[in-house]
Design a protein. Structure first.
Lengths: 227, 227
């Protein structure tokens, strides 16, 4: 495997997942940011962890913030693509409650199965600057789709007051905390998605919703180019 | 107002809430940790923010970690005291669903009304060492009380699979994220507590639960010495 990007050839065989040097840098940075802390990690230590010179790293990323920006965007990109794709589905055959369940389950599975638990970096004071605007905008857009689906999915005279879709969004994001606490189980994303539908007053319909939700995930994720 | 603790007299009037120099240090550190980041904050900058010499600060706290330890413990102390007090109540007259609602509402109100949003520091890699064990143990104990109440409070053939009390705990902690996103409303803690009871299959009983929950909060919080 050789680097597809610019920069000097590395003097070690790559030991990290990723087809390119850029992906290896992202993987090493994700490990260091989530285990040592963002402020405690230097670009030098990231380069060391990949086995490349610091000067080579700068061919791929100008600053440490550029790396964090890419990593944060990666935590919402696939779920936002999925959300946009299923929003179209909801205007067709599937009901809003099925679409909301599919989105919650897909998103929660992403958060639990990524190689590093990057969601713990969401509220870093360092990640509030203008350069993080694309990540923040994508997360707001994803949240808004949950909100719209929550209104459509809620049973007429049951379910939560306020914004039920936002409660579902938060329940799914809480999987980040569950994972940080070492408590995630294989069933955790489904349990969170189910609880979201219960909040919308759809607890009695869950068996049917689960079946249709699984079909949507299979159909939509198969067609997403991001996969 | 004068410092009740040891150390040199400060050369400025205190400008922060807190009856003692120790409390002023905690307030300044909480502000800096949540706005600048923990790793980016030096004990020197904390001392400057209080208007005292760095050497005086060391009379109160040996290290920056000692300050963070105290701050993290403060985010769960009152809710854990409340949880222990109401656990007794639940064995008496009030039902588990009322007690769970009261705990969730009390805890959520604490998280939303503290002067600084310290919960964003829960998953700092730096806060995982052995010196944070008391905070971690208190949070685990609080979480376990939610878990026990969730089992007792769940309607026989409705509600979430898995551990409904843990979903309520996570929904309440998600108020930390909501606050970090600038989206907390005065109604947010009650909406989260209500959603927690819906997850337990108690949505239809919410009006009565809310009334009794408010009475418990009034009674128990009035008797807690931590107040």
């Amino acid at each position: 495997m050789t680097s597809a990007g610019p920069g000097r050839p590395r003097n070690q065989q790559p030991s990290r997942p990723g087809a390119t040097a850029r992906e290896e840098i992202l993987d090493a940075a994700a490990e260091l940011f989530t285990t040592q802390g963002f402020a405690n990690t230097s670009t030098r230590s990231i380069a060391d962890a990949v086995g490349m010179r610091q000067s080579s790293l700068y061919h791929h990323f100008k600053t440490k913030d550029d790396i964090l920006k890419d990593l944060l965007e990666s935590t919402v990109a696939a779920s936002l693509s999925f959300a946009k794709a299923v929003s179209g589905v909801s205007s067709g055959s599937a009901s809003a409650e099925v679409v909301l369940h599919a989105l919650a389950l897909y998103d929660g599975t992403q958060l639990c199965s990524s190689r590093w638990n990057l969601g713990i970096l969401y509220h870093l004071p360092e990640a509030r600057g203008g350069q993080y605007e694309q990540f923040l905008a994508s997360r707001r857009e994803l949240r808004a789709i949950y909100g719209t689906l929550g209104v459509l999915a809620s049973a007429p005279s049951a379910g939560a007051a306020g914004n039920p879709g936002d409660l579902v969004f938060r329940l799914i994001e809480s999987l980040v905390n569950l994972r940080a606490d070492g408590l995630v189980l294989p069933s955790s994303p489904l349990e969170a998605a189910d609880a979201g539908l219960i909040i919308c007053g759809r607890g009695n319909e869950l068996p049917a919703i689960r079946t249709q939700s699984a079909l949507i995930i299979e159909r939509v994720s198969g067609g997403l180019e991001d996969f």
